[in-house]
Ligand binder design. Structure first.
Ligand SMILES: [Zn+2]
Length: 991
């Protein structure tokens, strides 16, 4: 031990003082430090009690620095730090601090934990703690402290201690922590920490696409959601929130095989004939496209035939730029005597019409033939013919992908990428794994790759179109730090094979960012209504011997109860299953009562009970459906508490404070503005409807001139009747005209839809990811617009908004940096990503082929009722219609169910219609729908209503596609023949 080492350690402690005080655990360290006098230790301990860890750590460092110690103290310090689990601090003291980038990354993880603290403390602390310990993130003493804090001061306090401890670990702790959360079933938290879209993110409600399993409406609504949500996520979270605008989770982006073949089924009637052109564009001068300087600047590389992404905020005319590029492109082709053809791809059906009317058609149809096609169009001629006959085609990505897939299989109905010379991709941030855009771009990348080989061999390559991507914000994909944000954006650039990404640089006509305000509602002090619901829930817990590990009203509870229901179904425990089902609805009502009126939450419960009661009645007085004791208990329980709930909901003083806050904001905005046009974003359809009703019923709003309507997505949900595309259009029309001046919308309106300019944007108790936030804010385009976030203090909404803002800043920085990247580096990076994507695709195809070969025969499975466990049928009796509907037309099956009318389910399609639901004769559980297919009645089974016995194991599936079983196609002729024979017999009988 030299003097040098003494001096050096002192120097290090001094240098890293600020860092070290953050990461030292004072208490366990003091026990180990023998070179410090007892009086000094006491002083530090006193500081610890009074001012906390950081101050105490600072004092500890000062005390070490200020006094002389025995020889060998630096070594003792290092050993002590190691024993106390301060390995991160050890690295600094040993003068081997992490690399600056690593340090910065770690800092952003720490910051994220801090921002998300309020959400994170709801974790199941003991579970997470045990897991973190086994992953080496905690010392045994840490674990004991956390467990003690949880036991003595509750889960939340325990969680706080745990989080405080975790962030003191050396780099790498964050991914281990995510792992621990994942292993303890905190997927929701993991998703939030990763910044993945929340499940309320209804991004694709209106795109109509037939899915593999035409559940409920046969016309299922596609949702292009994160693959994590759809494919690989376990069933428990797939459908986790009852009411959120989460669409049919049976849609799987990766199972495009089946849906691809079926898109034409969607070409249903109902699209009105062309309305004629909007009058405003009759004036030829309105057809000239004039770009502003910044628009011209971002367009420039595209005019030089380069692939680019244009990133401009909502309202800054990025579609207009695309129209201009399209026009220039076609003109240049014409001059050069080459054919030119442009396809404009969108991700939502209404955008097809919108882009046609407001942009491409309006400016270009006088010069070029422009046509639009969506899943909702009724095609008079085939899609390839439309492509053939027009210069500009606007269509949904899925339609193009389907036709490209057909060409691959040699179908003459197919089309090839080489037929286009320019491909415009709207909202191009959706070009990522699992999305239709990406399927198209993978085809493009493969061709490009192949072309390079062909060139080497001296052969002529196939033409590929120029790519133009448009987006308001590419997002950062949940990045934790600058580097990851850059990777994410580079990945999107690679997916679109972009030469560069162009955005408006600061200073140039600054984008209008509306003034932002946070309206913090006070925490609810008394909630007798919620207390009654919790009491009911407790009675159900007792009845079914359930011990929830988390508080009702939380996301964790939701997950817990969903899991319980599934396990109970598999274990054939009807009592627990039905209790869990009811608990889930109570939990939802409890959640809703913090956002909407108590009476709305009550009505939701009341409706649920009435409908459940109805399923227990048998049609035609057959009287076969039995009510179990548990069900009787549950119905009586609600009946008994009804009066109390109704009494409490009549007392406005118990209402949640969010509503009051919202009310004062609306009144203020609408009374102080000359012209107010507002939009309120809310999470669920139920809340959108309820808020609208609340506004309409309250004369105060009428006095300041508020005229409200709601705007929600399509797609069937049992709770709230969906809005059809025509209804949506009608509302938007009225909003544009000013007949309605306040829209209450679910996230359906966040992206893309052409909603008239607003000057009041309110996000009501709602936070999604940074992309959605930027888009919602972009709705306020008028000069004087305001953007308000209404959130209850302590609800975690506000902090998540700050996470989004943090990510937004990272995004802008990342884009700026990518723009400045050295060309060779950029191209190398992009190429790496692309090769990787092509390889992954190859692996995927191989896997799919293997899976296809490994399919089991239908006799491997049998179905039983999810509720009462009665045997339903063997897989042998199932047949498939249109590759998606699973029907059982056998006589023995027919004896097992009852048919119930259901007007909202009636759907008329080309070849079939649905009328009514089929339900278990024994318990009333819904099984599926009755489908009339080419005049044959086919009971159609929805797999989620059954427990599947597969290789003598009981399993639950959300979609048929998850079953590796090949069912035979429905033999129409055979069944029709039998039917004809039957009816002939009847005829003879009648004679
Ligand atoms: Zn049943």
């Amino acid at each position: 031990m030299s003097i040098d080492q003494d001096a050096e350690t002192r120097h290090i402690l001094d240098c890293f003082r600020d860092r070290l005080k953050q990461i030292i655990q004072v208490e366990p360290l003091l026990d180990q430090l023998h070179f410090l006098g007892q009086d000094r230790k006491d002083k530090i301990r006193a500081k610890l009690r009074a001012d906390g860890d950081i101050s105490a750590a600072a004092l500890l460092i000062d005390e070490i620095l200020q006094t002389q110690h025995d020889k060998g103290w630096p070594r003792e310090l290092v050993t002590a730090l190691e024993t106390a689990g301060c390995t991160h601090a050890v690295n600094y003291v040993r003068n081997s601090p992490p690399e600056p980038t690593e340090e910065a990354e770690n800092d952003s993880c720490v910051r994220l934990i801090d921002l998300m603290q309020l959400t994170l403390v709801n974790m199941k602390t003991t579970d997470v703690c045990a897991q973190c310990w086994s992953l080496g993130l905690l010392t045994p003493e840490d674990k004991e402290n956390i467990m003690k804090a949880t036991e003595n001061h509750g889960n939340i306090n325990g969680a706080r201690v745990l989080l405080k401890r975790l962030v003191k670990n050396e780099a790498g702790w964050f991914s281990k922590f995510l792992q621990a959360l994942e292993e303890t079933e905190h997927r929701e938290l993991v998703r939030e920490l990763r910044g993945e879209p929340c499940n309320e993110d209804e991004s694709m409600s209106v795109e109509i696409r037939t899915v593999e399993e035409g559940e409920q409406t046969c016309l299922a609504l596609a949702k292009e959601t994160d693959p994590v949500l759809n494919g690989s996520m376990p069933v428990v979270s797939a459908n986790s929130s009852l009411l959120s605008e989460d669409l049919d989770s049976s849609v799987d982006g990766s199972v495009l095989g089946a849906s691809a073949e079926n898109e034409d089924v969607d070409m249903y009637n109902g699209q009105e004939e062309e309305e004629g052109d909007p009058t405003e564009d009759d004036d030829p001068s309105a057809r000239t496209i004039e770009l502003r300087d910044y628009q011209m600047e971002v367009a420039r590389p595209a005019l030089e035939e380069k692939n680019i992404i244009i990133c401009l905020p909502t309202g800054s005319g990025k579609t207009r730029v695309a129209v201009y590029i399209t026009k220039e492109h076609l003109e240049r082709k014409k001059q050069m005597g080459q054919p030119g053809k442009v396809v404009v791809l969108v991700n939502k059906v209404p955008l097809v019409e919108q882009h046609y009317k407001a942009e491409f058609g309006r400016f270009l149809k006088h010069q070029y033939s422009v046509e639009r096609v969506s899943g909702a169009s009724q095609l008079k001629i085939s899609f390839p013919q439309i492509i053939e006959q027009n210069d500009i085609i606007i269509c949904t990505a899925q339609i193009l992908e389907n036709s490209l897939a057909k060409a691959k299989t040699g179908d003459e109905d197919g089309i090839k990428l080489s037929q286009f010379t320019l491909m415009v991709i709207d909202e191009c941030h959706h070009t990522k794994k699992g999305y239709a855009y990406n399927h198209i771009m993978i085809r493009y990348l493969k061709q490009k790759h192949k072309n390079q080989l062909l060139k080497k061999q001296g052969k002529s390559p196939a033409a590929i179109p120029q790519i133009l991507g448009l987006t308001a914000s590419p997002g950062v994909g949940g990045a934790m730090n600058q580097q990851m944000a850059e990777q994410h954006i580079l990945q999107i650039c690679a997916n679109l094979d972009a030469f560069t990404i162009k955005t408006k640089t600061l200073g140039e006509e600054e984008a209008k960012t509306p003034y932002k305000r946070i309206a913090r509602a006070e925490e609810r002090k008394t909630d007798p209504f919620g207390d009654v619901i919790k009491k009911i829930m407790d009675e159900i817990h007792t009845h079914a011997d359930l011990l929830p590990s988390c508080e009702p009203g939380t996301q964790n509870y939701e997950q817990w109860v969903v899991q319980k229901e599934q396990n109970a179904a598999k274990e054939e425990n009807q009592k627990v299953r039905v209790c869990a089902e009811h608990l889930r609805h109570y939990n939802e009502a409890l959640n809703q009562s913090h956002i909407i009126r108590m009476s709305d939450a009550f009505r939701y419960l009341d409706k649920y009970h009435n409908e459940e009661l109805k399923t227990k009645s048998s049609p035609d007085d057959e009287g076969t459906v039995t009510i179990t004791d548990t069900e009787r208990f549950l119905f009586t329980l609600f009946k008994d508490k009804k009066a109390k709930l109704e009494e409490l909901m009549g007392k406005p003083e118990y209402e949640n404070n969010n509503l009051a806050k919202l009310k004062s904001i609306i009144l203020k905005e609408f009374s102080t503005r000359e012209v107010a046009r507002g939009i309120i974003f809310t999470k669920t359809r139920l809340s959108a409807q309820a808020l609208c009703q609340w506004i309409q019923e309250n004369p105060k709003f009428d006095e300041v001139g508020v005229s409200a309507s709601y705007l929600i997505g399509g797609g069937d949900q049992s709770v709230v009747k969906p809005m059809t595309a025509a209804e949506q259009k009608d509302v938007l029309q009225k909003f544009r005209k000013g007949e309605i001046n306040l829209l209450i919308a679910t996230t359906v309106a966040e992206e893309g839809l052409d909603i008239a300019e607003c000057n009041v944007v309110i996000r009501y108790c709602l936070v999604t990811n940074e992309v959605a936030m930027i888009q919602a804010r972009g709705r306020g385009r008028a000069e004087d617009s305001s953007y308000t976030l209404v959130a209850e203090a302590g609800s975690g909404v506000e902090e998540r908004e700050s996470v989004n803002e943090y990510r937004e800043k990272m995004m802008s920085k990342a884009i700026a940096k990518i723009c400045k990247m050295n060309r060779a580096d950029y191209e190398k990076k992009i190429r790496e990503f692309q090769i990787q994507a092509i390889m992954e695709e190859k692996v995927k195809i191989k896997k799919k082929q293997q899976k296809g070969m490994m399919k089991d025969p239908p006799s491997k499975i049998s179905l039983s009722c999810r509720d009462c466990s009665v045997f339903v049928c063997s897989g042998e009796h199932l047949e498939m219609i249109e590759n998606m509907h699973h029907v059982n037309v056998t006589e023995q099956f027919r004896k097992l169910f009852i048919v119930r009318e259901n007007a909202s389910l009636q759907e008329r399609l080309l070849d079939y219609e649905t009328n009514g639901v089929i339900a278990c004769k024994n318990c009333g559980q819904q099984w599926g729908s009755m489908m009339l297919y080419k005049s044959i009645e086919c009971p159609c089974l929805h797999i989620k209503n059954f427990v599947v016995t597969y290789d003598s194991k009981k399993k639950i599936y959300n979609k048929w596609g998850d079953l590796p079983i090949r069912f035979p196609a429905f033999d129409y002729t055979q069944h029709a023949d039998m039917l004809v024979e039957d009816s002939e017999e009847e005829d003879t009988d009648g004679d």
